[in-house]
Design a protein around this ligand. Structure first.
Ligand code: ATP
Length: 254
């Protein structure tokens, strides 16, 4: 049900020198599709990086599906069932779509995690090889006709589909998306949203940062508003959109 808490964050703080990027974030995220919004500099990217183990918070805790993952490395977080999408970096643009699907994402230092990232433990069904899972994802995201195409030749939307396919390879519980529709044409925008809703129906949950308020209104079950490193409010899209504090926070940026 949409009320079931899968991610709980308590009093999370992240500092960069004198800058307090996260100043005691408390929130819980249920299953379904949750949007994370907030004015520029609110701390959205920092929050994602703390959740997925790319940054270590100074204070606070992150509990995912009942397990404390605070300070866990990215590979361990991914293994626990929470993954984020990564932009296809320039150095991979000459590799084909299939080759990209067979690669693990980078770790904190920018190094690629070994193939064991996928092969190890429970990441992929025992009977299903990494390659089979990659082909399955390519088909689901309608990238199968592009498998031999260099990733650099893909359109913005096809790239986003590839990023999603890579994130889904490990069969996670929750996927974190950073602006899944940025630079995507309307046709592929619809395809991406359809796939996200298909996956939601299958039981996957999503947390995404998106600046497009229409997308938030039309596709999120819940919305969390960050402001100056703290949660300003949470609620349904309707509640959040009409909240005076939210309107004020955004107007304060102009
Ligand atoms: P935007 O919507 O503009 O991407 P955001 O909500 O993602 O913003 P963050 O990028 O998390 O916000 O930034 C939060 C605060 O932390 C800002 O003041 C930012 O300048 C600062 N900050 C983020 N990352 C770093 C870093 N690596 N070093 C120093 N300061 C940082």
């Amino acid at each position: 049900s949409p009320e079931e808490t899968i991610l709980a964050v308590e009093d999370l703080e992240k500092h960069f020198g004198g800058i307090v990027a996260l100043d005691g974030v408390d929130l819980s995220v249920g299953s379904g599709i949750t949007g994370l919004i907030g004015p520029n500099g609110a701390g959205k990217t920092t929050f994602f990086n703390c959740l997925t183990g790319f940054y270590t918070p100074e204070v606070g805790s992150i509990t995912f599906q009942g397990a404390d993952i605070t300070g866990s490395r990215p590979a361990a977080v991914a293994k626990s069932g929470m993954v984020r999408t990564f932009q296809i970096p320039r150095e991979l643009s000459e590799m084909t779509v299939l080759e990209n699907l067979l690669l693990a994402p980078p770790d904190q230092s920018g190094e690629r995690l070994s193939g064991a990232w996928l092969r190890g433990d429970a990441f992929v069904d025992d009977e299903l090889s990494v390659r089979e899972r990659a082909l399955e994802m390519a088909e689901f995201f309608e990238l199968d006709h592009l498998l031999d195409e260099p990733a650099g030749n893909l359109s913005g939307g096809q790239r986003k589909l590839l990023e999603l396919a890579r994130a889904l390879l490990t069969d996670p519980e929750m996927v974190l998306l950073d602006e899944p529709l940025a630079g995507v044409n309307p046709t592929l925008e619809e395809k991406i949203l359809d796939r996200i809703h298909d996956l939601e129906a299958q039981g996957y949950s999503f947390l995404f940062v998106e600046h497009d308020i229409e997308m938030i209104m039309n596709h999120c079950d819940r919305v969390i508003v960050l402001h100056r490193g703290e949660v300003l409010t949470t609620g349904t899209p309707e509640e959040v959109q009409t909240d005076d504090r939210v309107i004020e926070a955004y107007l304060g940026e102009v």
